[in-house]
Design a binder for this molecule. Structure first.
Ligand SMILES: NC(=O)c1ccc[n+]([C@@H]2O[C@H](COP(=O)([O-])OP(=O)(O)OC[C@H]3O[C@@H](n4cnc5c(N)ncnc54)[C@H](OP(=O)(O)O)[C@@H]3O)[C@@H](O)[C@H]2O)c1
Length: 250
């Protein structure tokens, strides 16, 4: 077992579910001291049990800037710095364009874009020289999928942040990159609140569109995140790593 993150501090937002939980587990396996954030008491508790007592589990709504700042203060108290930051917390609901409400628009943007933006900004004082930030976007940043206008726009902006914030943080020795997953088996689709049969049909339709004819596993995205967070990617700056079974490539 490689220990690429021995004595490093890794922070994962939305580390209590899906891709974030897989990344948090991988950081723990590779020797990091880890902090995660999330909102649900149930999954935060389950994550603490699964990740172990040494992991700092923080309840925080990352769409609210004061809660982001409070989470960073707790990380500072416990660990003093951040070497790897995975900005992963996000929501993915699809709504037909004409049915998008101001509330829906604001909630998606507040979580996926404003939350990501201020998570990095509030983490800056803690980021060590040589630290790496990885954002979680989506291939929806590049596709015209029906019902994805707000989600896709939020994620396109997140892809842009990898470049623009890299330019801002380079002098501090901090690299920013972004991972864009294709469809991955996590609770995200079930959270849309659609009838079970409709969710099954959507999953089937999406699977057909993936050249590899399957959903990705959260561990497959975590592997990309750990690469972009490690010194193995020291020459990779402001880039997007698409992990999608070929969905937008072939
Ligand atoms: N699964 C996919 O197919 C896929 C594809 C491309 C991109 N992504 C991206 O991957 C990221 C993770 O999604 P996932 O698929 O792993 O789904 P997930 O299992 O639903 O995880 C989402 C995570 O984000 C957290 N979160 C959401 N809103 C939050 C908020 N306001 N404050 C704090 N935490 C918040 C959730 O915590 P709570 O449950 O406690 O709210 C949860 O831990 C998202 O950014 C998503 O857009 C996913």
């Amino acid at each position: 077992m490689s220990q690429r993150f021995k004595d490093k501090v890794a922070v994962v937002t939305g580390g209590n579910s899906g891709i974030g939980l897989a990344a948090a587990k991988a950081f723990v396996r590779e020797g990091a001291k880890v902090a995660i954030t999330g909102r649900s008491d149930t999954t935060l508790k389950a994550a603490q049990k699964e990740l172990g007592p040494d992991v700092l589990v923080i309840k925080a709504d990352m769409s609210r800037v004061p809660e982001i700042a409070a989470a960073m203060a707790r990380i500072k108290d416990r660990f003093g710095r951040i070497d790897a930051l995975f900005v992963n917390a996000g929501i993915g609901r699809f709504v037909p364009f004409e049915e998008v409400t101001e509330e829906f628009y604001d909630e998606t943007m507040a979580t996926n874009l404003r939350g990501a933006f201020f998570t990095i900004q509030k983490a800056v004082p803690l980021l060590s020289r040589g630290a790496a930030v990885v954002l979680n976007a989506s291939i929806n940043a590049h596709m015209g999928m029906p019902g994805s206008s707000v989600y896709g726009a939020s994620k396109a902006a997140v892809v842009n942040l990898a470049k623009t914030v890299s330019a801002d943080l380079l002098q501090r020795g901090v690299r920013v990159n972004v991972v864009s997953p294709g469809p991955v088996t996590t609770p995200i689709l079930d959270r849309m609140g659609l009838p079970e049969e409709q969710t099954r049909q959507i999953k089937e339709r999406i699977t057909e569109q993936v050249p590899l004819k399957r959903f990705g596993h959260p561990d497959e995205i975590a592997a990309a995140v750990l690469y972009l967070s490690s010194s193995e990617s020291a020459f990779v700056v402001g880039t997007e790593l698409v992990v999608d079974g070929g969905m937008i490539q072939l």
